[in-house]
Design a protein around this ligand. Structure first.
Ligand code: SF4
Length: 684
């Protein structure tokens, strides 16, 4: 199978697609990446639906979806349309359909797009285990074609678009039995429906491959696009991480999954699914697409030749000029990029060690060690404590004090340092102090490389340093990738073992290029992102650091917000949690809720989190309805699923173990269930 899944893994280029019109909003083609959301009201409630549509338009949603679970909901669509017209609300609507082909046929008359889920459009989910013969499988496909074709023909006739939206958690029994619960199964599930549509010459299709686990989702989209290249299909993609949850965790998961694919040049419209009011989803979506829509604008201008390029355009020219490197990974499955074990005085990173966390604290002499000790105590139980402390040493006096404190054992953890540019100029004069630290981060300023002599000098010291089990980090700026091969060659020539490399504030494609350069030398890689703007740090590090980790790249994470070391420490661990590379807290999978939800999902999720957030590594799903909830809970250990007004079913894995529990008792019964299964620990 070809490994081609985008235009290039080493330079940014948005994948060309056909344009699909959703009303007057184009998706794919020459259009920017569109942002969209979904209202959570009951579709039969016209006024509430209108109020939510109005709010979403106001925050910038370009397309709006609503759930249409029954004939009665479909019957109310004309009223919603009429009211929208009266109020001058102009936005394309999408009808979300599960299990009900007849409802789809009714809805298609009143919307600009219909979303169907191939896992349940014509199949009931029974979780049956059954080996289908080829003939039985074919017969199933014929049955689906019969049910699906009328919708295709009517959509074609009306000029209505369609999203074929596969979800990891709701694959049909037929797909599950043949392909398993895998990205391949997700792709095949969508292709079966696309092929039926194409047999009817209908191509106004957008495709999605959502999962609550960003890793599964990224692999499924890449695999889908690789099949599209093989089959000559050019359908636009709708990106989303489903059941991402709320708050920072929901934003991080969404940024990793959606952002990593946008970096790959994939994605034409996105929806961020949060267990929060829908209006909160759009600002996050806008933040995620911002950079890529600027790049898209630059692409448009590039086609006509840049005149006086601005900063973004210059960056665009730079990344577009990178040479064509060869793929060196399997982009469809996770595998850790191999790096040698590196030792910073007993702290091992690289090779089979977990990805380590390095946290930057301001160096304030005496008070620094107190702050670090108090942060360690606070987080000891969860294990969310730094593996390595990093100081940026500004003055000679600070260097002396810090090295003295290190010598006296005043820091409870290994320390790494970076010297200010003034101190770097005389590293030889400060060698005695530098030598007391376990890791020395050396920014590759022109200062070292400007003469062969100064470069030789530092290489000699690094050789000695590394031999004594102190590690050295060669630090490059994101735009200094061209210097990596020069330093690498000399490092290898001297057989220096204990060094690692980093690129500060680098995009995923740049980090991938660094890994490409290091693929034979196997030096460990530090993922380093710094910003004093918290939102920028949250989204950029989630996309670039999280995306790199899911590419299997990165041995040590250093995320810096100088004013708040503790928050950057938590952010590092939250990214590791979302990539599932290091679990230090409970994992929640909660749906965004919709018109099918029978309880206040946000309050319930908050209540459950309050009682269970100390359960390291346990996965708990909180889902709004019995129709899609059980299928969409993915690999949760326990499920809390709405089963009618005031009633909840509790699940252990995919099995219902307590039925119709009154809502008021359900959180406590969930705890009992976790306890019975030996996964409960009392909070501190
Ligand atoms: S699981 Fe949640 S979002 Fe999905 S259909 Fe049910 S209530 Fe709606």
């Amino acid at each position: 199978m070809s490994t081609k899944y985008n235009e290039s893994p080493f330079l940014y280029k948005r994948r060309p697609t056909r344009e699909v019109k959703v009303g007057d909003v184009g998706i794919g083609g020459k259009n920017p990446i569109r942002v969209q959301s979904m209202i959570t009201s009951n579709t039969r409630d016209t006024e509430e639906s209108i109020s939510q549509i109005k709010d979403l338009i106001q925050v910038g949603s370009e397309i709006i979806r609503l759930t249409v679970p029954s004939q009665a909901d479909a019957d109310n669509l004309p009223n919603i349309r009429k009211r929208m017209k009266e109020l001058g609300l102009h936005v394309p609507l999408v009808a979300d359909i599960h299990f009900t082909p007849q409802v789809a046929l009714k809805s298609v008359e009143w919307v600009e797009k219909v979303r169907i889920n191939p896992g349940n459009f014509a199949d009931k989910k029974k979780f049956d285990v059954y080996e289908y013969t080829d003939q039985e499988y074919e017969e199933e496909l014929e049955r689906i074609e019969e049910v699906f074709t009328p919708l295709v023909l009517r959509a074609k006739e009306l000029g209505v678009a369609m999203r074929i939206g596969t979800n990891h958690g709701s694959l049909s029994d037929r797909i599950m039995n043949r392909f398993g619960d895998t990205p391949l199964g997700m792709v095949e599930s969508a292709l079966e429906f696309i092929k039926i549509a194409e047999r009817n010459s209908y191509k106004d299709i957008v495709v999605s491959m959502k999962a609550s686990n960003p890793q599964v989702m990224i692999h499924a989209y890449r695999l889908l696009v690789s099949r599209f290249y093989e089959l000559g299909m050019d359908y636009p993609l709708h990106l989303g991480v489903t059941e991402a949850g709320d708050g920072t965790d929901g934003r991080i998961k969404s940024a990793i999954g959606i952002g990593a694919l946008l970096e790959d040049g994939l994605g034409d419209t996105i929806r961020v699914s949060l267990t929060e009011d829908a209006v909160h989803e759009i600002p996050v979506a806008i933040e995620l697409v911002k950079k890529y829509n600027q790049l898209w604008l630059a692409t448009e201008k590039a086609e006509n030749g840049f005149k006086n390029p601005n900063q973004n355009e210059r960056e665009f020219i730079q990344i577009s000029n990178q040479s064509n490197l060869k793929e060196f990974r399997d982009p469809f499955a996770y595998s850790r990029f191999y790096s040698r074990e590196t030792n910073a005085d007993g702290l091992l990173f690289g090779d089979g060690n977990p990805v380590r966390v390095e946290t930057t604290y301001p160096f304030l002499a005496e008070s620094t060690s107190e702050t670090i000790l108090s942060d360690i105590q606070k987080n000891a139980k969860s294990g969310r404590i730094p593996d390595l402390i990093h100081f940026q040493i500004q003055t000679e006096m600070d260097l002396l004090v810090a090295s003295e404190m290190t010598k006296l054992g005043r820091f409870p953890l290994p320390i790494s340092i970076t010297l200010s540019s003034d101190l770097q100029k005389d590293y030889e004069g400060h060698l005695e102090e530098i030598y007391k630290f376990q890791k020395w981060n050396i920014p590759i300023s022109q200062h070292y490389l400007e003469s062969q002599e100064s470069f030789e000098g530092i290489l000699e010291i690094v050789t000695r340093f590394a031999k004594d089990k102190r590690s050295v980090e060669w630090m490059f700026g994101a735009n200094e990738l061209n210097l990596v091969p020069i330093v690498l060659k000399e490092t290898q020539k001297r057989n220096i073992q204990n060094v690692c490399f980093s690129l500060k504030n680098a995009d995923l494609i740049q980090i991938r290029t660094l890994a490409y350069h290091l693929r034979e030398s196997d030096y460990a890689i530090v993922l380093h992102w710094q910003s004093e703007d918290w939102d920028d740090l949250l989204y950029s590090s989630s996309i670039q650091v999280g995306g790199s980790l899911l590419d299997g790249i990165g041995d040590l994470v250093r995320i810096e917000h100088h004013e708040s070391p503790i928050d950057s420490l938590y952010l590092s661990f939250d990214i590791l949690q979302a990539t599932r590379l290091r679990l230090t807290k409970t994992e929640y999978i909660s749906c965004p809720s919709c018109g099918r939800t029978m309880f206040d999902l946000q309050t319930t999720t908050a209540k459950i989190k309050e009682k269970t957030s100390h359960l390291k590594g346990v996965k708990i799903a909180v889902m709004g309805c019995i129709v899609n909830g059980p299928g969409e809970m993915a690999d949760a250990d326990f499920g809390y699923v709405g089963a009618g007004i005031g009633k909840v079913h509790l699940y252990k894995g995919k099995e219902i173990v307590r039925k119709g529990v009154p809502e008021s008792e359900a959180p406590d019964q969930l705890i009992e269930l976790i306890r019975e299964n030996g996964m409960w620990t009392d909070p501190e």
